[in-house]
Design a protein around this ligand. Structure first.
Ligand code: GLN
Length: 240
């Protein structure tokens, strides 16, 4: 272990953190350590002073009510998040926070929850919830496996690309087989599960980008991912 620190900021751990999304934070911390860096965890909740000196930002999903609760605070820190994103800071936001990193989420009851527009996506709540195991494929990460549960259906604008193409399940919406969105090193995705324990190549990507941004290069380790491979395989055999 060297004394090189990688700081992980967990956004809205209190209000946006369902279906095991905290597992993404735990996976990042552990893999940062395995790669020989010092992980440091910071949590941010509404009203806190936003720490701009961070290396990776991660946030989870939430109920519509949780999304309404954080909306004003998120809009207030939006410019800081955009600056970090434009500077290349890696971020991972799941489901409810993915929607609010986009332009807005119009819920199925007609409420418009305004987002920060960091991702060029728009989300419309529908009466049918999209629930179940999901497999998508990405050229960079291969098969990505997880679990989705959302009423919002998301449509991508021109300034983002999708994270993957859906093989099983719904993803962004029921029409275009896209899943998630990417802008620079920011990844939005509907996959709970949690995502990173079963898809560690995405965790390593975030860590690698963080190390390169901060230290000019990434000196990681390779290690035994058999357990996560088994979890992936088991998850891929599960029915929708
Ligand atoms: N409340 C949002 C929706 O239903 C997000 C749900 C979630 O984060 N799982 O679409």
């Amino acid at each position: 272990m060297n004394d090189k620190t990688i700081k992980v900021l967990h956004l809205y751990a209190r209000d946006m953190n369902i279906y095991g999304d905290r597992g993404n934070v735990l996976t990042l911390l552990r893999r940062i350590q395995w790669h020989g860096y010092m992980p440091q965890l910071l949590e941010y909740n509404p009203g806190d002073k936003f720490p701009t000196d961070v290396d990776i930002i991660v946030g989870g999903g939430g109920q519509d009510s949780g999304q309404s609760k954080i909306q004003d605070d998120l809009i207030a820190i939006g410019p800081d998040l955009r600056k970090l994103a434009d500077d290349g800071t890696p971020m991972l936001v799941i489901c409810g926070l993915y929607q609010l990193f986009g332009k807005f989420f119009k819920t199925s009851s007609g409420e418009v929850i305004t987002g920060i527009g960091l991702l060029d996506v728009e989300t419309f709540g529908k009466s049918e919830r999209l629930i179940g195991n999901i497999i998508t494929h990405s050229e960079q990460f291969g098969d990505i496996v997880g679990y989705e549960n959302h009423s919002g259906q998301t449509y991508l604008g021109h300034q983002v690309e999708s994270l993957g193409r859906v093989r099983l399940g719904a993803g962004n919406n029921v029409e275009d087989v896209s899943e998630g969105a990417r802008y620079k090193n920011v990844i939005g995705s509907y996959l709970h599960g949690s995502l990173l324990p079963k898809n560690p190549s995405i965790a390593d990507y975030l860590i690698q980008q963080a190390a390169v941004n901060k230290y000019g290069r990434f000196e990681g380790n390779t290690f035994d991912d058999r357990i996560s491979d088994l979890a992936r395989k088991a998850a891929m055999k599960r029915p929708r």
